[in-house]
Design a protein around this ligand. Structure first.
Ligand SMILES: CC(C)(COP(=O)(O)OP(=O)(O)OC[C@H]1O[C@@H](n2cnc3c(N)ncnc32)[C@H](O)[C@@H]1OP(=O)(O)O)[C@@H](O)C(=O)NCCC(=O)NCCS
Length: 246
């Protein structure tokens, strides 16, 4: 089933840029190899490998069999050029709801926005955001409402897109380590969007430079949430809201 279609600019910043039609479809396990290959290709081309936590074929397969979904973007030749992987962790320990103290009964309504990758030839078409909007539509129809993800503080493009998609920063901590306290893990923002929440009620607002992690950590510890990124100045606005969890 086609979830959406449109036209992309391929090679946007090169002289040989061209328009190309794309289709968005759910990818089933028969095409999982293509997903893993695209992930590997994108990973190999990353200047900072810390920003992408790689999912294995086996983990993704197990997850797909458990209801996870992969929204794929296919070019005019039916080649996979981007995907967004979403999963539904329910009571599993990995549920990011635990990191922000979501009430127990809400954990089953959590959607994880796992990996998104876009082939470098097709970047600049907003595919990260397009697939995020589609993921929201699908998950909402199925009764989920808490959208959560982790983003590396060093991944400005991804952080910008995810926050444009409505997710707010609720925590900054190390994740994906081998030790129980993740002290050997990677720094990650934890972002959250409750689809039922239409507005926040700020009692204070502070700006922080994007790269100033210490200041952001301290603001989060004081109960602020990261609200918006200002692209031009690379600043983040942090607001304080007077609620138990926001
Ligand atoms: C993050 C990512 C998915 C964004 O791709 P996208 O949706 O095509 O990005 P956008 O359309 O929002 O790009 C906006 C602008 O930033 C640029 N841009 C996007 N990603 C970039 C990158 N990794 N490096 C340099 N520039 C990048 C685009 O070229 C575009 O520039 P323009 O406005 O001058 O044309 C993509 O960069 C990527 O696959 N990164 C590696 C994997 C990753 O980090 N995934 C997210 C964590 S799971």
């Amino acid at each position: 089933m086609v979830l959406g279609k449109g036209v992309l600019v391929k090679n946007k910043h090169k002289e040989d840029m061209q328009l190309e039609e794309y289709k968005m479809k759910l990818i089933d396990k028969n095409r999982l190899r293509e997903v893993v290959e695209l992930q590997q290709y994108v990973y190999e081309n990353l200047p900072n490998k810390e920003v992408l936590y790689i999912d294995s074929y086996e983990d993704m397969l197990g997850d797909l069999e458990n209801g996870a979904k992969i929204i794929g973007v296919l070019n005019s030749k039916d080649r996979l050029i981007a995907y967004r992987y979403i999963s539904f962790p329910r009571e599993e320990k990995r549920n990011l709801g635990y990191d922000i103290n979501l009430p127990e009964e809400d954990l089953k309504k959590v959607v994880h926005l796992e990996t998104t990758v876009v082939d470098p030839l097709y970047r600049g078409n907003g595919l990260q955001l397009v697939t995020l909007e589609k993921a929201k539509e699908i998950a909402k129809q199925e009764g989920y409402k808490h959208f959560m993800c982790t983003v590396s503080p060093y991944n400005f493009y991804s952080l910008y897109n995810v926050m444009r998609g409505g997710l707010k920063i609720k925590a900054l901590k190390k994740k994906y380590g081998t030790k129980p306290d993740n002290s050997d893990g990677l720094w990650r923002f934890i972002l959250h969007n409750d689809l039922d929440k239409k507005y926040y009620n700020p009692v204070d607002l502070v700006l922080s430079k994007w790269a100033n992690l210490e200041m952001q950590k301290s603001l989060i510890d004081q109960g602020y949430i990261g609200y918006e990124i200002i692209k031009d100045t690379k600043e983040l606005s942090y607001i304080k809201v007077d609620e138990a969890y926001a």
